[in-house]
Write a protein that binds this ligand. Structure first.
Ligand code: UD1
Length: 356
């Protein structure tokens, strides 16, 4: 059996790493990996392959573009060529990026079966964000929908999708457990951090950073926070670009800004932080795996379970400071995203599909 896995952005490297290690346990499956090139800086891409012990992708399409249409279109052209050459039985896709959608469109037109890891997530607000469009379209043409939560099943049912849904749990929980013994705490000393005395922050979503007024408000709130407790922020290239373009550099002078860090470093700091601030789909869940609460700068999230539990709090640009300073004790409930065996289940289901 041949699986063609398509990845392109940071969160997909993390998910692919654990599925790839499961695939490698099966001699009868050949996996070919395509990196679309969406994330290309070494600290956004190459370093992940090293620390997550992944093979070099067989193909790197080198697609970079600033507009969504151009990016998705170029990926579609190149992905189709590789699919025609490789003739896979299944195309394996992850999450909600432009690389996911391009892979789904290319495969469906060639009548190749599509498996979508992290299917069924929905975020109703803000409306029509690129990730939501990518999710809905990809799920609507996928044959295997590997869902991480009960809510994801409900979301698919609401859209009239009942077939091909497999509740597997979350592959990001699998990789967290697998890599935990290797988490890297070296930045604690380098940045002179003390356990439970700093906030870990990530922020990059277009709806938060692409408009000057909103980004300015968010940074003012973070600046207020950073006067009370140290804030560590590995900055995403999109946000860095916008801060410079909008001339907002003065608002980040109290924040400990560092370049993007690798998975093991990020998880190391997350285990030691007091709380987190984020707008990342994946990171708001990794903080939970590490037992830390997150203030999530989003009007809605695909991971509502954590909000319902009281573990994560959704905020807007006006109440970041108040919410992060609130002392709120919530019990940590284990296993809401499966038992750490999601990747094994996914590979077994794909293997079985071949014999049918
Ligand atoms: C993408 C995903 C988002 C995911 C995020 C993880 C889409 C629609 N969005 O958003 O869902 O949460 O990845 O990080 O697919 N850039 C660099 N170096 C890099 C990568 C990007 O400088 O290595 C620049 C790009 O040139 C671009 C900007 O950063 O100007 C944004 O990159 P892009 O891949 O378009 O989207 P992300 O914001 O990373």
């Amino acid at each position: 059996m041949k699986i063609l896995s398509i990845i392109g952005a940071r969160p997909q490297f993390v998910k692919e790493a654990i599925v790839q290690s499961e695939i490698n346990k099966n001699q009868d499956i050949k996996e070919v990996v395509i990196h679309t090139g969406q994330h290309y800086d070494d600290n956004m891409s190459g370093v992940f392959f090293d620390v997550l012990e992944m093979k070099e992708p067989e193909y790197n399409l080198g697609v970079q573009a600033s507009n969504h249409g151009e990016m998705t279109g170029k990926m579609l052209i190149e992905l189709e060529k590789v699919m025609i050459r490789e003739k896979p039985d299944i195309v394996l896709l992850y999450g909600d990026t432009n690389s996911t959608l391009a892979g789904a469109i290319a495969a469906s037109k060639l009548k190749i079966k599509i498996a979508h890891v992290e299917a069924g997530l929905r975020q109703k607000e803000p409306k029509y964000i690129p990730e939501e469009i990518n999710r809905i379209l990809t799920d609507s043409i996928s044959n295997y929908l590997f869902v991480p939560s009960n809510l994801a099943v409900e979301n698919l049912n609401e859209e009239g999708i009942y077939e091909g849904i497999y509740f597997t749990g979350d592959v990001m929980y699998d990789i967290f457990l697998k890599m935990k013994p290797k988490f890297d705490y070296s930045l604690m000393d380098e940045l002179k951090l003390k356990e439970n005395q700093f906030i870990m922050m990530t922020m990059h979503r277009d709806f938060n950073v692409d408009k000057k007024e909103k980004l300015e408000k968010i940074l003012k709130e973070i600046d207020k926070v950073s006067k009370e407790i140290k804030v560590v922020y590995p900055i995403h290239p999109r946000t860095k670009k916008r801060i410079i373009e909008f001339g907002l550099e003065k608002l980040i002078k109290n924040i400990t800004i560092i370049e993007p860090i690798d998975y093991l470093q990020l998880m190391g700091l997350t285990e030691k932080c007091y709380k987190a601030i984020t707008d990342s789909g994946g990171y708001q869940k990794e903080t939970y795996f590490a037992g830390k609460q997150a203030i999530v700068i989003m009007p809605d999230t695909g991971w509502k379970e954590l909000v319902d539990l009281g573990f994560n709090t959704l905020v807007d640009e006006n109440d970041i400071y108040d919410k992060i300073m609130e002392d709120c004790k919530v019990e940590y409930i284990k296993n809401i995203y499966g038992n750490g065996k999601a990747a094994t289940k996914i590979v077994n289901i794909l293997k079985d599909s071949k014999s049918k």
